[in-house]
Design a protein around this ligand. Structure first.
Ligand SMILES: Cc1ncc(COP(=O)(O)O)c(C=O)c1O
Length: 373
C-alpha cells in the first residue's frame, strides 16, 4: 500500500512544452524538410507568409520579422529616429530588455511608476515625467495584461510623442477590442519559447501601420542594406529563419485555443485562491489578459516561494529588482523609494506555473500549497 505522500502529485513544472511538441512535431518536421529542400533558409517564403498572417491577426498594416524581442525594440527605436540626447519613458517593472533597448540606441530611459492593480505603467506618473527631451513612451503589457493605451495614446498625441508597445508577453491580448501591437507607432513581440506565441529558438516581430517605418525596419534588419551589398546605414543582422517561421505559422493557426487554455488555467487559480489573503491578477478593464504569466502578490512572498520550492512547484520572481535600482542605471541617480509601487511589487510578487496544458488537478495542488503558507 502506498504511503500518503506517494499520492501527492510529483511537483508541477513552471512551464512544460512537451505535450505541445509531440502534437506539432510531425507537421513541423515536414515544414523543415520543405524549407531544406527549397534551399531558402532565412527570410524565405515561410517568413513572408508568417509576417502577413501575424499582421492580419494583430490588426496592423505591416509586420516585420526579426531575430528577437530585444531586436524588435532596438530596431523600432532606431526606425523612429530615437537616439542620443532623447528620453524614453518606460516602466521599471519589466524584463531588462525593455530599458536595455533604449540604452542600446544611445537614448536615456526615464522610469515612471506602475499601477498597483494592473502592474502596468501609470499614465499619471508618465505625464509627470515628460520633458522637452522626451521622444517616446514605451509601455509594456506586463505578463500579458494590456496597459491603458487609451490614456497613454492621448498623452502621446498631446505632446507629439511616439508610442512603442512592448508586447513581448502579450500576443493576442486586447485593449478595448484592439490587439496588443496595433495601438502604437510600433508593436514589439518576442517569440522566446516561454511566450504566449513562442518558437523553439529566438525570434521577434515588429508591427507598424507606417509604410515609411516598415521600409526603414526592413533595411535595418539586414545590415542597413538598400539592395544586395549596398548599405545606406549601419544596421543589424536580425533576420528570422525559415525553421522558426514555419513553427510560428503552425502555432499561430491555433493561438486562440492556446490563449483560451491559459485563460482557463487563470480562472481556476482565481477560483481556488479566492478565499485567501493574497492579491490575484487584476485584468485591465476593457482588456483581454493573455496570461503569459499568472503573478500573485503577498507580503510573505519569500515564505511562499520556499514552500513551493520544497514541493518542487515551479515558480519565478518576476521581477526581483526594479530597473531604476539596477547597478547598470546607478548613474541615473534613482534611489529606493522613488518609485514605491514598482519596488513593492518586486518584493511581493510571485509567478505561478501557467501554460496551456496545465491541468485543473495541478492547479489545485499549487493552490493547496499556497494556502498552507
Ligand atoms: C517585456 C519583455 N520585453 C522584451 C523581451 C525581450 O525579448 P527576447 O528575449 O526575445 O529578446 C522580453 C523577453 O523576455 C520581455 O519579457
Amino acid at each position: 500500500m502506498s504511503k500518503p505522500q506517494d499520492q501527492t502529485p510529483q511537483g508541477v513544472p513552471y512551464l512544460s512544452l512537451q505535450k505541445e511538441y509531440k502534437e506539432l512535431r510531425d507537421e513541423w518536421m515536414q515544414a523543415i524538410d520543405g524549407a531544406g529542400a527549397s534551399g531558402a533558409f532565412i527570410l524565405g517564403p515561410n517568413v513572408r507568409a508568417f509576417e502577413e498572417e501575424a499582421a492580419a491577426y494583430i490588426g496592423a498594416k505591416h509586420a516585420i520579422a526579426v531575430a528577437s524581442g530585444t531586436d524588435a525594440l532596438v530596431l523600432s527605436l532606431r526606425a523612429l529616429g530615437i537616439g542620443p540626447g532623447d528620453e524614453v519613458i518606460t516602466t521599471p517593472f519589466t524584463f531588462f530588455a525593455t530599458a536595455e533597448a533604449v540604452s542600446l540606441v544611445g537614448a536615456t530611459p526615464v522610469f515612471a511608476d506602475v499601477e498597483i492593480g494592473s502592474f502596468n505603467i501609470d499614465p499619471a506618473s508618465v505625464a509627470a515625467r515628460i520633458t522637452d527631451k522626451t521622444r517616446a513612451i514605451l509601455p509594456v503589457h506586463i505578463f500579458g495584461n494590456p496597459a491603458d493605451m487609451t490614456r497613454l495614446n492621448s498623452l502621446a498625441r498631446g505632446h507629439g510623442l511616439h508610442i512603442i508597445e512592448d508586447a513581448a508577453q502579450a500576443f493576442g491580448a486586447q485593449h478595448s477590442g484592439q490587439r496588443a501591437g496595433s495601438m502604437g507607432d510600433c508593436g514589439c513581440f518576442s517569440f522566446y519559447p516561454t511566450k504566449v506565441l513562442g518558437c523553439y529558438g529566438d525570434g521577434g516581430l515588429i508591427t507598424t501601420s507606417s509604410d515609411e517605418v516598415k521600409a526603414r525596419l526592413i533595411q535595418l534588419r539586414n545590415h542597413g542594406a538598400t539592395r544586395p551589398f549596398i548599405h545606406a546605414e549601419a544596421g543589424y543582422n536580425s533576420r528570422l529563419d525559415e525553421i522558426q517561421a514555419a513553427l510560428l505559422r503552425i502555432k499561430l493557426r491555433d493561438i486562440e485555443k492556446a490563449i483560451a487554455a491559459r485563460r482557463q488555467v487563470a480562472s481556476w487559480y482565481d477560483e481556488m485562491l479566492s478565499g485567501l489573503d493574497l492579491v490575484t491578477p487584476k485584468p485591465a478593464v476593457n482588456g483581454r489578459h493573455a496570461y503569459n504569466l499568472y503573478t500573485i502578490r503577498h507580503p510573505r512572498r519569500d515564505a511562499l516561494r520556499e514552500r513551493l520550492n520544497a514541493c518542487k512547484i515551479g515558480n519565478s520572481q518576476c521581477y526581483p529588482q526594479p530597473l531604476h535600482l539596477q547597478t547598470v542605471y546607478a548613474e541615473l541617480g534613482y534611489k529606493e523609494g522613488d518609485l514605491p509601487v514598482a519596488e513593492a511589487l518586486c518584493y511581493e510578487t510571485l509567478s505561478l506555473p501557467i501554460f496551456p496544458d496545465l491541468s485543473r488537478a495541478q492547479v489545485a495542488h499549487v493552490c493547496e500549497q499556497v494556502a498552507e503558507v
